[in-house]
Design a protein around this ligand. Sequence first.
Ligand code: PDD
Length: 286
Amino acid sequence: MAQVYLNGEFLPVENAKISVLDRGFLFGDGVYEVVPFFDGRPLRQKEHIDRLYRSLESINLKIEQKPEEWDGLFQTLYALNKDDGDNQSIYLQITRGAGKERSHNYPDGVKPTVFAMTMPFTPGIRVQQHPGGKAITVADQRWQRCDIKSISLLGNLIPHHRAQEAGVTEAIQIDESGRVTEGASSNVFVIRDGRIITPPLSERILGGVTRALVLQLAANDSRYVCEERELSADDLQQADEIWITSSSREIVPIIELDGVAVGGGEPGPVWQYMAGLYRSYRDGTS
Ligand code: PDD
């Protein structure tokens, strides 16, 4: 039975209960993180925790836990659920807790609700051959603080559902100014003439930990030039390669966009190369 963490206790998921007045339930008033563990080792945990505290600060939510306190909790939770596989993400959610009534006012003196669980996943980059994914483009209809990892995800679920209905991996969102922002749950990269291009950090996208890692690996290696600049639908159409990145999906080469083959219609050479660098880093062999 899956063991989860709730407000200081480890317990079976069936026994974990929260109040119906929890502001996460009533308002989506909370933030979350997803930290991947590969073969029992977290990847870029510090970066995830740093982003958690930035998200908390952005919504004025103060917690007792210090950044260094999460590691022990994650390790215990991972060990308790080890039977579910070696590769698991830790899902951590913090809400503003349960007030006495449903009120838009942030309540005083209420303890935040802290919940964590594990989610098994299959790493995408196991071999140099990847089947690749397909994507569609959709309008970005979300709010203007997508840099906060908010649990209010309806704006991401709607495009995700469209992708699911279309039988593809991801919905790549384009905002009202024609700028590519990000996927429903991933960041977007375009490769053109050997340049690795991704939209710059802003309040319109989540600053992905995987995105930053890919940029860092590419910069350290210096075989390919990276650019952080706005991308348009035309850039997507003219791309030699398109990738999406996230902690659990890693780097996915998109081989078809809106029903049209991207580049050669298979994972491209820049993906092959960068996936190799990423895998070595992830597995600690670089
Ligand atoms: N999502 N953009 C959005 C909107 C996301 O939801 C995610 C990740 C990313 C990639 O961020 P990172 O590389 O730090 O995982 C970008 C997680 C995995 C989720 O919601 O499950």
